[in-house]
Every structure is written in C-alpha cells, then in structure tokens.
Ligand binder design. Structure first.
Ligand code: SF4
Length: 303
C-alpha cells in the first residue's frame, strides 16, 4: 500500500532551541543520549516524528533497557522472545538484564542538560521482574523531580500484569500525568497485543484515575478496527475516568510487524476528536502522525 502524503514524517524544526549548553541539532542530541547511555522510545520504536521532536529537544525516555519481554505485533522494540522464543527470561542471550541502578540519576542528568521542564518517561514491559519495574519507575520520577526543581513528569507505563500494588508504587512518587495506552480495540488484541488484556488495561487506568491524577490513554487506527469498536473503546476510557486521549495512524515500523490495513484520512481523525471532546475528554490529540508522547507538555496544559 502506498504511503499517502498525510503520513509522511515531519522534517526537523529549523533553528529550534539549543540543548542546554550542549549545542543544538538532532545529531548532537543522538550522540549525547548515546554517551549518557539513555534510550528513547523515539529511536527504539522508529517514531515518524523523531527528527521533528529531537530538533526541539523533545524526547520520551525509555527506561529498563531496550529489550521487552512481550512481542506486540505493532511494535519494533526488540523482544526477548526473538532470542530463543521461550518468553521472559532473567538475563543472557535474550538481552534482558538486571536494571541499571544509576539509570534514575543518569536520566535526570540528561533531562537537565537538555533543559527539559516536562519529562516523559516510558519503559519496555519487564514481566520478568517481580514488581514489573514499578520501583524503578518511582526512582526515576523522584530523581527527575529532585534534580530539576519544578519539573513535571509524565509516565507512560506497561500494565504491570494488572498489579494494583505496582501501580501504587509508581503513583507514590508523584508523577503529574499517568498514561497507559490501550493501543487498539479489544477484538484485535490477539494479533496486536498478544500478552496483554484489554480489561486489565482498563482496570489499571481506572485505579490510576481514582487517585485524582490526570489519566491519559491512546490507540491507533489502521489495524482493521471497525467504527463501532472505536466508539466503544472511547466510551470505556471515559467511563474509567480517562481525561486525555491520543489517536494516531498505525505505521508498520518493520517488515516483521503487522501490515497496515488502512491509511485513515485526516478528516476521520478530526471527527473522532470532536466526538471525544463531546464525550468529556479534556485533552484530545488526534491526527495521522499523533503519538502518545508528542507535544505532551502542551496537552498537559489543557487539563
Ligand atoms: S509491551 Fe510495549 S515495548 Fe513491549 S512489545 Fe509491546 S508495545 Fe513494544
């Protein structure tokens, strides 16, 4: 299927702000992140907005290593299941290893050097860890908050296997926005998120919203979902207390990923935004190139 013009990647911004004291530019930022040993989901998930965001010093940090214990059909992050096909393992050829104890401090130092005041932290899923990495998330939030006074932190977390205790560990560190993506309609979970569970994701979002924190979620179009299924997901999210929503076009990140079933026209995204606002969502980003961390600070201001 030919890529329509409306999903072509955004070019980098010209003359964007400099990375605090480090020199501007996408290449400089990439080099800096590599030297700091910091991963971003922008690079690992081959985000189409990477150049545009990097040129504005925007990035979503990916913690707990670049290897995931799951293998979602839409995602290009390396999976531990690729190396041996046996699923979650502790370390070794899968690429999974123990968490890096100094990652929270390195992350905070990188965010400070980049001059960020709004920091987005996400992670791979680590089903091999007892708490799913919730304690590490909390350490990263605290390190950023103490290293950059006044900074806001948005977390985009995995489902922690549906553990409310793990979720509360993350929330206890005081993030400003809690995000967990449902990614698609429940009928497509077996292909799109085979190790996940739609109801479990809704429970995690519902528990988070009970705490009073702004809760955000998102999904992709173009994987084969039907109009009524999309409407039902939006209703489920609203009923669970979700106030912020992102809707974007699925773009196949690699030949091993699921094919695109449809390139949805921009007008449809506008219709969905209107419908979502009418349902009571306070902040809605809906467009072919929308990704859940894109312009996150701007959308946070809406709530
Ligand atoms: S859990 Fe997240 S990082 Fe892991 S494969 Fe799925 S989408 Fe990618």
């Amino acid at each position: 299927m030919r890529l329509p013009d409306w999903v072509k990647a955004q070019p980098p911004a010209i003359g964007g702000p400099a990375i605090g004291g480090l020199g501007a530019g996408v290449l400089e930022l990439k080099k800096f992140l590599r030297k700091s040993g910091i991963h971003t989901v922008c690079e690992e998930a081959r985000c189409p907005n990477k150049a545009a965001c990097f040129s504005r010093s925007g990035a979503a940090f990916l913690i707990m290593g670049p290897v995931c214990t799951r293998n979602c059909g839409f995602c290009s992050v390396r999976s531990a299941m690729d190396s041996g096909g046996t699923g979650p393992v502790g370390s070794g050829p899968s690429g999974l290893g123990p968490l890096s104890g100094d990652e929270p401090e390195r992350l905070a130092a990188a965010a400070r050097a980049m001059g960020l005041r709004y920091v987005v932290i996400t992670s791979v899923t680590r089903d091999d860890l007892e708490d799913g990495g919730a304690g590490h998330f909390a350490d990263c939030i605290r390190a950023v908050k103490s290293g950059i006074p006044g900074a806001r932190v948005e977390v985009l977390t995995p489902d922690f296997g549906g553990s409310r205790t793990a979720l509360e560990t993350v929330l206890s560190a005081g993030p400003d926005v809690f995000n967990h993506n449902v990614e698609t309609v429940p009928g497509l979970y077996p292909a799109v998120r085979p190790q996940a569970d739609y109801k479990r994701s809704l429970s995690v979002l519902g528990w988070a919203s009970e705490s009073g924190i702004p809760v955000k979620s998102g999904f992709m179009l173009g994987l084969g979902e039907k109009t009524e299924e999309v409407a039902a997901v939006m209703r489920d999210l609203r009923a669970g207390g979700c106030r912020m929503l992102t809707i974007g076009q699925y773009l196949r990140p690699s030949r091993r990923s699921l094919p695109v079933s449809e390139y949805v026209r921009p007008e449809r995204f506008v219709e969905l935004k209107t419908a979502a606002l009418a349902m009571g969502f306070r902040s809605v980003a809906s467009g072919p190139l929308v990704r859940s961390s894109m312009n996150a600070e701007e959308y946070y201001r809406d709530v």
